[in-house]
Design a protein around this ligand. Structure first.
Ligand code: ATP
Ligand code: MG
Length: 347
């Protein structure tokens, strides 16, 4: 029996921020450390997704390296052969399967994807690429190639996971006569994913300047985003100038005080304290400045410590891990691709 597969990937854009760290990376690394023997864990770099929107291509290699180093500094174990880190474009089957899936996907389905709408409104029409429009199909290939069962998705990605399940079911059904075992493994639905990954799943750290939106790597100014490679003092300053409200007292309530609630949330994550405790501690207090200072101190401490870890990361070990993971992943991915190619008569 092969182990259940857990899979996730950040898209290459700019530097990783504390939202990526606490929302995606840390839960995955905790899983790797505590259950690394029960699951196969794939943490990969979505470099092909990185070129769907405008990016400085010359920076691509250094951004990729910085993501890999961040995984390791955050504690991803490199010595377990069932835990994999790899670069998407080094496994050509991603692009090849995406093409086959494209041919089973309707324009209407892609037109309904809200992430495309959200991302494309930020770009001028000439810069909205077909790659961006079709990226959920590539994402489906990313998941299906490895027979992944568990994919921790934030609420921005739930529609894409549902699409992945739909296309896999559609193709399995279409070729059931010749492939009764199915071509693809269907990942669990969103509800099951949430049950499996627990509360961290819904985590959405907000932008400090505009708490109506989430912190994003590709934010235009980055003023409300705490990047993992921010200078600790500069990051503390971002906290001090965070947008709050005019209520005048502190309550953990995203509906009425999103900025304040976000600061409490960030404090809880950095101090590794339950949010209910932190919320109770600050409930009703009136000094927003005091809360900001407390969060700023935590941010400074956290980044200083993290960046010290980062400085100790051994790049040669990362390189060796990439080599072995990418060889193993090519093997698994090519098996899945071959089933799909046989189904449609290409092999
Ligand atoms: P981009 O602007 O390039 O889309 P992003 O910040 O949205 O960048 P992704 O690469 O899309 O990051 O997502 C990587 C992982 O981080 C995903 O699992 C996503 O759900 C999670 N994530 C992204 N932003 C946040 C956030 N603000 N809070 C918590 N988790 C987040
Ligand atoms: Mg995103």
């Amino acid at each position: 029996m092969s182990k259940p597969v857990i899979l996730t990937a950040p898209r290459v854009s700019s530097s990783l921020h504390i939202g990526n760290y606490f929302g995606a990376l840390l839960p995955m690394i905790d899983m790797a450390k505590n259950h690394g023997n029960d699951y196969q864990i794939n943490l990969f770099i979505a470099d092909l997704h990185g070129i769907t929107t405008p990016i400085d291509y010359t920076l691509m290699p250094s951004i990729i390296q910085s993501y890999l180093r961040t995984f390791v500094a955050a504690g991803f174990p490199l010595d377990n052969p069932d835990l994999h880190i790899y670069r998407q474009s080094f496994i050509p089957a991603h692009s090849e399967l995406a093409w086959i899936l494209d041919c089973f996907t309707s324009m209407g389905e892609m037109n309904r994807m809200t992430q495309f709408k959200d991302k494309s409104v930020k770009l001028s029409e000439e810069r909205v690429s077909v790659g961006l429009f079709g990226y959920p199909v590539l994402m489906a290939a990313d998941i299906l190639l490895y027979n992944a069962n568990y994919v921790p998705v934030g609420d921005d990605q739930t529609q894409h996971l549902e699409f992945t399940r739909d296309i896999a079911e559609r193709i399995n059904k279409r070729f059931a006569d010749r492939f009764p075992e199915g071509i693809f493994t269907i990942p669990y639905n969103v509800k099951k994913q949430h049950e499996f990954f627990g509360k961290d799943q819904g985590l959405r750290i907000r932008d400090l300047q505009d708490p109506a939106k989430k912190m994003s790597k590709s934010d235009e100014t980055g003023k409300g985003v705490i990047f993992m490679n921010d200078d600790p003092d500069a990051a503390a300053k971002k906290v001090m100038s965070a947008t709050t409200d005019s209520v005048g007292s502190i309550h953990y309530d995203y509906a009425t005080q999103p900025g304040i609630s976000n600061l409490l949330e960030i404090y809880a994550l950095l101090a590794a304290q339950p949010i209910v405790e932190v919320a109770a501690e600050w409930e009703g207090k009136t000094s927003y400045g005091e809360l900001k200072s407390a969060v700023a101190d935590q941010v400074r401490l956290f980044l200083t410590k993290f960046q010290a870890n980062l400085a100790n990361v051994d790049d040669t070990k990362i390189q060796a891990k990439l080599q072995s993971s990418e060889a193993a992943m090519n093997h698994i991915a090519n098996e899945t691709l071959l089933r799909a190619q046989k189904a449609v008569g290409l092999r």
